[in-house]
Design a binder for this molecule. Structure first.
Ligand SMILES: Nc1nc2c(ncn2[C@@H]2O[C@H](COP(=O)(O)OP(=O)(O)OP(=O)(O)O)[C@@H](O)[C@H]2O)c(=O)[nH]1
Length: 217
């Protein structure tokens, strides 16, 4: 069974004010966190779906690109998914990730991939606190027929798509940060500060532990 990786990175980022896929976290662009989470499991191919305006700013040469030209650009995530699924001929499943999820990690990808074994569902989609996350999800080639019908009818709502296919929803705990997607710059500042504070608390704790060990000697 072959699984391809698809990263959607051709949105307008209008709420962010600049192309958010190139914002950095831990020395890597947001979109690279999605690439690397998929790469760890040798999915093949891994494609980034983007457009002519954004393409020159991507620096990775270890992935493939699907470029949405002219009127195909900025048509939304369902259309971008359709572009990818219809042009990757030999994959059974497609792991779709958005480009604005800097806390995504390979353990999440591994967990989801295991669920594809013998699956008869058309999609495997995580749910956290009653919120569905269709842009960190797996889609079977079977779902392409429905996707095409909707795209042809110019109906672009992912929710509508999910209502028409067989979806396995996978619950995740509220603590899991993997689903945090960044839409506004203020959100990113808040998350960065929170993550910094956690790191400092952790450093302080290990310093305290080290000190205790020192005094016990
Ligand atoms: N390739 C491609 N990706 C898209 C398109 N629209 C959205 N995406 C991606 O889908 C994911 C979710 O997009 P959103 O954050 O909802 O939309 P956005 O256009 O990026 O941002 P806003 O303009 O603020 O809504 C992101 O990874 C986007 O890059 C598109 O037309 N083409």
């Amino acid at each position: 069974m072959k699984i391809a990786g698809v990263i959607l990175a051709g949105g307008k980022s209008s709420r962010y004010g600049k192309p958010k896929m190139f914002e950095t976290y831990k020395g890597k662009c947001f979109y690279e966190h999605s690439v690397d989470a998929l790469k760890a499991h040798s999915l093949s191919p891994i494609v980034i779906v983007t457009n002519d305006d954004l393409f020159p700013s991507f620096k990775r040469n270890d992935v493939e690109f699907i470029i949405e030209h002219d009127t195909n650009a900025y048509q939304g995530p369902l259309f971008a998914m359709y572009q990818a699924l219809s042009s990757i001929a030999d994959a059974d499943w497609f792991f779709v990730l958005s480009c604005d999820i800097p806390f995504v990690h390979s353990a999440f990808v591994e967990y989801m991939i295991r669920l594809t074994k013998d699956s008869e569902y058309d999609a495997i989609v995580p749910v956290q606190a009653d919120q569905i996350h269709p842009l960190l999800a797996l889609y079977h080639r079977r779902s392409l027929v429905t996707m095409k019908q909707l795209v042809d009818r110019n109906e672009r709502k992912i929710r509508l798509f999910l209502d028409q296919i067989r979806v396995q929803t996978i619950p995740f705990s509220n603590e899991d940060s993997v689903f945090i997607n960044i839409n506004h710059r203020e959100d990113w500042l808040t998350y960065k500060q929170a993550s910094q504070q956690t790191k400092e608390a952790h450093n302080e704790q290990s310093l305290t532990q080290r000190t205790e060990i020192f005094y016990k000697k």
